[in-house]
Design a protein around this ligand. Structure first.
Ligand SMILES: *[C@@H]1O[C@H](CO)[C@@H](O)[C@H](O)[C@H]1NC(C)=O
Length: 317
């Protein structure tokens, strides 16, 4: 009883602080989405994951990574969320690692927001003719003259169009960027993917230095299907690499009612994302005091409740 009471107090306090910290410097509130986040040890006690499904050659090492493919030929693996990502605007920060021992390597990995889930196939380990968004981290150049690899690109599948493998998806490409050094990097490699429904999709990468985000691309008028599963997959052929997912952090983003507008802060992406946990000068403190007040009331209420409970527990004669 006392333990449960203390736990709920702590929870209330923690959630007050979490809400305070969730507001970033660009006028959007961010809420952590447990359903689409993934961190070590990845699995529950029964060796399952409540929110993620994985298959094919994927191997999980609880203390280190979700390995989509090992550095061996002809591997393919995937991991997909069990529930669709229904948030309108979101931000996904994924830490991954592409590394291997060979001078020639491939083929790459992909991040997905598709209607299909857990279907092995020919596009970086996921099914072709997918419907939704694919972001490819392509490490092996088949035929794209003049383009430096690794190459990161986005494709919006309509459920019918095939990924054009022999040109590395050139005809399917919405936009992309080269990221030399993203493989076997010295710093943790990360991608930050931001989506505002029906407005834009932005990708920034960390691979040069820690806390340095390099803008990759930003595409306007992107429409991801409203029911889409978040997933990652990878594949090797004759050439191989370890393709690992280290962590996934997904946040729902929304504009607080009466909050500041985006204008004047629109350029805030890519290189200057630090201070996300900083508090917003306007609005943040008012909420905080409301939360503290609620917290104090909850503590008081619980204490009264507990006292009454104890009074009732006493033996009556
Ligand atoms: C994308 O759209 C959102 C919402 O309108 C806006 O705040 C943001 O600045 C836009 N991002 C880019 C890169 O245009």
């Amino acid at each position: 009883m006392v333990a449960a009471f203390l736990r709920s107090c702590l929870w209330l306090l923690a959630s007050s602080i979490a809400v305070l910290a969730a507001e970033a410097d660009d006028g959007h509130k961010r809420i952590h989405l447990r359903t689409h986040s993934l961190t070590s040890p990845y699995l529950d006690s029964d060796m399952q994951s409540r929110w993620w499904d994985f298959g094919a050659d994927t191997v999980i090492r609880a203390d280190q990574y979700v390995r989509l493919t090992a550095d061996r030929p002809s591997q393919a693996g995937w991991i997909f969320s069990r529930v669709p990502l229904t948030a309108t605007n979101w931000e996904i920060e994924v830490e991954f690692s592409i590394k291997g021992a060979h001078n020639l390597y491939g083929d790459g990995m992909a991040m997905w927001l598709t209607k299909q889930r857990g279907m092995s196939g020919q596009v970086f380990g996921h099914t072709d003719k997918f419907e939704g968004l694919g972001i490819f981290f392509d490490t092996y150049k088949n035929n794209r003259p003049g383009v430096t690899f690794p190459y990161i690109m986005a494709m919006m599948g309509d459920g019918q169009t095939e990924y054009e493998k022999h040109t590395d998806g050139k005809s399917n490409e919405l936009d992309g960027c080269s990221a030399r050094g993203i493989r076997n990097a010295h710093v943790p490699t990360k991608a930050l993917v931001t989506y505002f429904a029906d407005k834009n999709l932005t990708v920034a990468l960390q691979y040069k230095n820690e806390d340095e985000w390099t803008p990759c691309f930003s595409i306007a008028n992107v429409k991801i299907p409203s029911v889409a599963y978040l997933g990652f997959s990878a594949e090797t052929g004759e050439l191989s690499d370890n393709h690992d997912i280290i962590s996934v952090e997904t946040r729902n983003m929304y504009q607080p009612a009466g909050g500041s507008t985006d204008s004047g802060r629109g350029g805030n992406r890519g290189g200057s994302r630090r201070g996300r946990n900083g508090r917003n000068e306007g609005g943040g403190w008012g909420w905080f005091f409301v939360k503290v007040l609620l917290f104090v009331m909850a503590v008081g209420g619980s204490y009264v409740g507990y006292t009454m409970y104890r009074a009732n527990q006493r033996p009556r004669y």
